[in-house]
Ligand binder design. Structure first.
Ligand code: MG
Length: 395
């Protein structure tokens, strides 16, 4: 139980933190500290900045849009050099390039990318033949096979009914799209797909895998759970996927055209080593130790016999991520040096350090709040005393 005096002082520190927003942004002692499932503090300035990406542009019927700057382009309208026949490595495809599109030559077989990949954001545009021929599954049929295993159906079912789990943008045989947002045959349709493959470890499923699809900008699959690969007539069964596979496009006997195909690999999920999101306690501890080690390394560069403060702050910061006895001892020693130096200052020189000292007091309150130091630790009481003596909380 805290004494009323300490509680009041603690509240005052919190209120300073919450009202001093601008002053505290960028401080490592600002948002809630790391915990058992989050290696980063809230608003953590040590967290890496998101990489810069220049966004692309939207397509029109006449003109494909530009991919984002970090996209890996699989087909840019000029050649099929990144593709091969699905028969075997290095076998050239017989699909042809016409007017900026890659066209299926019926009977020539599937095409696949030479490159293999797994989780991705994938953009594909396709057009069924302008002259609608055939019915049901026989009209403008192709397919986008993620990792060669999961088919997002390509079909001209514009005014052409067929079984719902086989319409365009269905996860074939598994889940129909929410709606039919197709354009008329001959026009380019776009698919924007977010794909997460199933993840297994030691035969146990950690994540079933999911697919999200926008058809012509309309959401039609929302995080649809995968049930293994897809197939004709048979119920899909959950199974482990490899880490990567080729993207395949289907030859279903119709001259469907494709253009503007690109993907962006996705960062790993927490369950497979990613460090964003809700992590296991083990993964969190490992990442926290890694962050602490980097900060301690930096602290060593801040050593300055004339000014113990920068090294002390950095070492203290590392303790927020990982407790370490030697680090705590060194930080305590430096804090002692700093506090001793304050005793020797003239009243004017001490007054000049008002903001610095109040910030340090806030730091100690943060450390107490997250149980990194006890509330009766010497630096806490000494800083409190100085601030009280100077009446700084009131001025
Ligand atoms: Mg198909």
């Amino acid at each position: 139980m805290k004494s009323p005096i300490i509680s009041l002082s603690f509240c005052a520190a919190l209120s300073l933190v919450s009202t001093g927003l601008a002053a505290n942004v960028g401080s490592p002692f600002y948002g809630d500290a790391p915990d058992d499932h989050h290696p980063w503090a809230v608003h953590d300035p040590n967290r890496p900045q998101p990489k810069l990406v220049t966004p692309g542009t939207y397509s029109t019927q006449e003109q494909p849009g530009k991919p984002p700057s970090d996209a890996i382009v699989l087909f840019d309208g000029t050649d099929v050099s990144k593709w091969e026949a699905d028969e075997g490595t290095g076998v050239p495809t017989k699909w042809v390039v016409k007017d900026g599109a890659m066209e299926c030559v019926p009977g020539s077989g599937y095409v696949r990318t030479k490159q293999t990949f797994g989780d991705c954001q994938l953009h594909v545009e396709w057009a069924a033949p302008t002259k609608a021929e055939g019915t049901s599954q026989g009209r403008g049929n192709s397919g986008v096979f993620l990792m060669g295993l999961v088919e997002v159906q390509v079909l001209d079912n514009y005014n052409n009914p067929t079984y719902p789990d086989g319409t365009a943008a269905s996860v074939y045989g598994v889940n129909p799209p929410f709606v039919n947002a197709l354009r008329a045959p001959g026009q380019f349709q776009s698919y924007d797909i977010v794909f997460r493959r199933p993840v297994y470890k030691d035969g146990q499923q950690l994540d079933p895998g999911y697919v999200t699809v926008f058809e012509n900008g309309v959401l039609v699959q929302d995080h649809t759970m995968l049930e293994g690969g897809t197939g004709h007539m048979g119920r899909s069964k959950p199974k482990a996927f490899p880490a990567a596979g080729p993207l395949k496009l289907q030859d279903h006997g119709n001259p469907v055209r494709f253009r503007n195909i690109w993907y962006r690999p996705l960062p790993p999920r927490a369950i497979e080593g990613g460090t964003d999101g809700y992590l296991t306690t083990e993964a969190t501890a490992a990442k926290r130790a890694e962050i602490a080690a980097l900060i301690r390394k930096d602290a060593a560069n801040q050593k300055d016999p004339a000014n113990p403060l920068p090294e002390m702050l950095r070492l203290t910061e590392s303790l927020v991520y990982e407790q370490d006895e030697a680090t705590a001892e060194r930080a305590h020693e430096l804090a002692g040096q700093y506090l001793a130096s304050l005793q020797k200052l003239s009243p004017a020189a001490l007054a000049a350090k008002k903001d610095e000292i109040k910030h340090l007091r806030d730091v100690t309150k943060y450390l107490v709040r997250f149980n990194i130091i006890p509330e009766d630790a010497e630096p806490v009481t000494q800083l409190d005393q100085i601030i009280k003596d100077q009446n700084w909380d009131k001025k």
